[in-house]
Design a protein around this ligand. Structure first.
Ligand code: XMP
Length: 528
């Protein structure tokens, strides 16, 4: 029922029933931004299960279905009589109306998508501080035609007669728009009203509260036993290392496997930082030779990824035996992974429920579950921005907290075709220049990723009086919210110019720099 672990000590103040909206997760994040803990659970969660969770409020998410579609996801009708305030968002509001005896109809010719000004009838309770005429984000085909008994309208838009409704008596509320998206200018005010005024929640979801609870939970779970953590240097595994070090000190062993595909200076930086500066127990495993020799003659991207993933697991297993025995394996699983692997989506056409596709990326978070370890996953209820706050609060430097995502297979998937040490060295140098120049320009925190890709196909150039015949490097720089979609960054010409000049002048083996101006879709962020 819950998309969360069963051993959670903290109960959610607000529970979000997920009807398959792309925004369910975003609602949870918005609630947490108000310092109130919220969790996403399946729409099919029963009233008995909800009673056990004892939330102060329930939100029904939107969803792609029509309440009349065959197989449309319905909630336990007992929810309306639980005595807990409920806010229905979009589909959630229509479901509320439908199940309580009102009428919902297809808004023929009047479907509303995009921004619409909201006209407020009653500026109290749910709509306190929601300005009359403020913009809200609409995305619906069906509309409410007749309200159930005891409901009143609180606001409307030009095309939607019942845009905000309430039964004050039953503490049931509905909004036809999406207050959680940034285009809804006063959406956060509405969410705050629901959370604080209507549900009387306390602002107790803070970084420090999380850290205290997580430390206690880890200590209770692990006791005197030993824990192994595969450290990659990314923000998740680094935060986890800091948290576990604080909780269990010497019982933690971090393993850093250097597969030879890291960026320039990263293995050295990591070892110096964790091992020497913070005295966190990190075992450096130099596996460079193993990986590069496995990739000899391999040119197909998928094959490369599979070989690297398999080798990673082999090294990990061998080294864990050598350093072990360990009872627990710590993993930096985050809440979006938990939701994604538990959630089901509803097909808008057939109304059938379909499993959400899970990414096949192999990285250190993706070790096989049949390894003989019990799991420690203290970050599994956190969103990425919450992990960053925790990391920062535990003393991780900005350099790691703000680090761009870096793929598990590293530079190997940024060299097209066969990977060799010569190409790796060349790409490392080019990549460092990209990072340096992007940082110097002050744009590092505004872009999702900025990196170089090596195309080992020679092109002709001229340097001094000499003809050159060398490789081009591609500059890939994208902006994105979550890596699922992305746009190429419109970098200033001056920045492009210094990157290009420096790479051609400083990197041996490269005589040309080109810019990738493809968004995702249709391109992917990485080239392989
Ligand atoms: P694509 O190339 O699929 O990448 O648009 C989306 C995001 O995922 C990162 N990425 C990976 N991360 N292991 C990872 O941990 C991988 O195998 C992997 N492949 C791609 C990529 O850098 C981008 O941020």
């Amino acid at each position: 029922m819950s998309y969360s672990t069963s051993n959670d000590q903290r109960k959610p103040a607000i529970v979000i029933l997920d009807f398959g909206s792309q925004y369910s997760e975003l609602i949870a994040r918005r609630i947490r931004e108000t310092e109130v803990y919220s969790l996403v659970v399946s729409y099919s969660t029963t009233v008995e299960e909800l009673r056990k969770l004892a939330p102060k409020g329930i939100i029904l998410s939107g969803g792609p279905s029509s309440v009349y579609a065959e197989g449309a996801p319905l909630c336990d009708p007992g929810i309306w009589d639980l005595g807990i305030p409920v806010l229905g968002v979009c589909y959630g509001m229509q479901l509320m109306v439908h199940q309580l005896g009102g009428r919902v109809e297809a808004a023929v010719g009047k479907a509303e998508y995009g921004k619409a000004p909201l006209f407020v009838d009653d500026p109290s309770a749910l709509l306190t501080n929601v300005e009359n005429g403020s913009t809200m984000w609409m995305s619906h085909g069906d509309s409410v035609r007749a309200l159930p008994e005891s409901f009143v309208r609180l606001a409307y838009t030009e095309n939607t007669r019942e845009a905000v409704i309430a039964s004050h008596e039953r503490r049931l509320y509905g909004v036809q728009f999406h207050p959680e998206v940034v285009h809804s200018t006063h959406g956060m005010a509405l969410i705050r009203n629901f959370v604080y005024h209507i549900c009387s929640c306390e602002p107790d979801w803070t970084t420090n509260a999380f850290i205290d609870e997580a430390l206690a939970q880890v200590k209770a779970q692990v006791g005197e036993k030993r824990v192994l953590l595969a450290l990659s240097g990314g923000v998740d595994s680094s935060t986890l290392a800091f948290l576990l070090n604080k909780a269990i000190g010497d019982q933690l062993t971090c393993m850093f496997i250097d597969q030879g595909f890291m960026r320039k200076g990263e293995p050295e930086f990591l070892m110096e930082f964790f091992d020497q500066k913070f005295h966190i127990n990190v075992e450096y495993i130099n596996a460079r030779e193993r990986f590069i020799s496995k990739l000899q003659g391999i040119t197909d991207p998928e094959e490369k990824r599979k070989i690297i993933g398999a080798e990673f697991i082999r090294v990990f297993e061998e080294e864990s035996v050598r350093l072990g025995p360990f009872d627990y394996l710590a993993q930096g699983t985050l809440y979006p992974d938990v939701i994604e692997s538990a959630a089901t989506n509803v097909d808008p056409k057939t109304g059938e429920r379909v499993a959400v596709k899970i990414k096949s990326h192999h990285n250190v978070g993706g070790l096989p579950k049949d390894l003989q370890f019990k799991l420690v996953e203290p970050l599994r209820n956190l969103f990425k921005d919450e992990v960053r706050k925790v990391g920062r609060s535990l003393g991780l430097p900005e350099e790691i907290v703000k680090r761009h995502p870096f793929p598990g297979p590293g530079l190997a998937i940024r060299i097209l075709g066969e990977v060799t040490n010569q190409k790796l060295n060349c790409l490392r140098d080019a990549d460092l220049i990209v990072r340096e120049e992007i940082s110097k320009s002050g744009l590092y925190n505004q872009v999702w990723q900025a990196f170089a890709v090596l195309i080992p196909v020679c092109t002709v150039g001229v340097m001094g009086d000499q003809r050159t015949y060398a490789w081009p490097v591609v500059l890939r720089c994208v902006s994105s919210e979550d890596g699922m979609t992305a746009d190429w960054s419109h970098l200033p010409y001056g920045v492009l110019e210094s990157i290009s000049n420096r790479i051609v002048n400083e990197v041996e083996g490269v005589n040309r720099v080109v810019l990738d101006i493809t968004s995702k879709p249709p391109g992917t962020i990485e080239w392989e």
